[in-house]
Design a protein around this ligand. Structure first.
Ligand code: ADP
Ligand code: MG
Length: 330
């Protein structure tokens, strides 16, 4: 189970004022999509807050239903089973998420690869059962199955023209769910709220910004700094410390470089602030793969984001960041 990567330091200044007509702050936490979810809302009363929580849960459930690879009836399982034979029809929202992730793949030198499930499974993640380090011939064989140019996305259908390909929305599903919940809460008239799904956070606030703590990846009880999150913006973190496998006595993180076929070793954590949670989710994974050397290239493609990369070299930690107005390191 993944814990939150970022710690909320300050949220709303509304703090339980019970006078008539004044909104109160309500929070609910629950488990979904293999991680923790949390929602804080400003509402007139607990009935209204419950309505808002239901809106968020319903949106998360929609994404979970679509993209859960362990549910044989989910659209992703149907695609992975049938899209080799004929195009599989998906709904508008699923098509939008899938095609956006392919577009982002092209903008990140395919560091983000939405069809890298065969590789991820080869390394023992997401239902993979491997318990030893794969051999180079095994990796070479699987690399042929993660070529994004062998997927045709057309008129709400997905079709694999390559053999044994498999879609994996693990690097974008949570961010997309947060954006859907954000849009629905806004439509419902909620003025101040924060939605958090496994560290993918998006908030609406009347304050100038919220202050979010960034956890020290080497000492989880401590923070290495804070970041400023403006209303409407999202933040996501990918880290090598939350999900990993130990193969032949060596620890491998769950983010794989689809260009080499190997788990990423040089990055410890990435934190991205972006205009929406889909983008911060995708780019936290992509930047984790690309590493600190490619921060400027990511910014060229996505000028509205702020990037923080924590790397390690010979056991030494280094921090690189793109935007000093957003990040404040201790
Ligand atoms: P988490 O899902 O643990 O919060 P991320 O958001 O960074 O972490 O996404 C990691 C997930 O993304 C993995 O569990 C896997 O499903 C998928 N993934 C791993 N490597 C890649 C990659 N290079 N491109 C796209 N998806 C990836
Ligand atoms: Mg992510």
């Amino acid at each position: 189970m993944k814990r939150f990567d970022v710690i909320i330091l300050v949220l709303f200044c509304i703090c339980g004022c019970k006078k008539l007509g004044k909104p109160e702050t309500f929070t609910q936490d629950w488990l979904t999509m293999g991680t923790f979810a949390s929602c804080t809302v400003s509402a007139e009363n607990s009935e209204q807050a419950d309505k808002y929580f239901k809106i968020v849960k319903d949106e998360f459930d929609k994404i979970s239903k679509s993209f859960n690879i362990y549910n044989t009836n989910s659209i992703i399982s149907i695609i992975n089973r049938d899209a080799h034979f004929s195009p599989v029809k998906v709904n508008d929202n699923e098509f939008c998420i899938i095609t956006n992730s392919f577009a982002c793949s092209q903008k990140t030198e395919t560091a983000f690869n939405p069809v890298c499930l065969p590789l991820i499974r080869l390394w023992g993640f997401n239902g993979g059962t491997n318990t030893t380090v794969p051999t180079q011939p095994m990796i070479d064989e699987v690399m042929e199955r993660v070529d994004i140019s062998k997927v045709i996305c057309e008129t709400n259908t997905i079709f694999f023209i390559g053999e044994n390909m498999q879609l994996d929305m693990g690097g974008v599903a949570k961010g997309s769910a947060v954006d859907m919940a954000y849009d629905e809460l806004e439509k419902a008239g909620c003025m101040e709220f924060m939605v958090n799904l496994g560290g993918n956070i998006r908030a609406q606030t009347l304050k100038e910004h919220l202050l979010i703590g960034i956890r020290d990846p080497f000492d989880k009880e401590n923070l290495i700094g804070t970041l400023k999150l403006k209303s409407g913006e999202a933040v996501a973190t990918s880290g090598d410390y939350e999900r990993f496998v130990i193969l032949d006595g060596v620890k491998y993180p769950h983010i794989i470089d689809p260009r080499s076929g190997y788990p990423v070793k040089k990055t410890v954590a990435t934190t991205i602030v972006a205009p929406n949670a889909t983008m911060s989710d995708i780019l936290s994974t992509a930047t984790f793969v690309l590493g600190k050397e490619k921060i400027d290239d990511v910014l060229y493609q996505f000028p509205d984001v702020a990037i923080l990369v924590i790397s390690k070299n010979d056991g030494k930690m280094s921090i690189s960041m793109s935007n000093e107005e957003v990040f404040d390191l201790l």
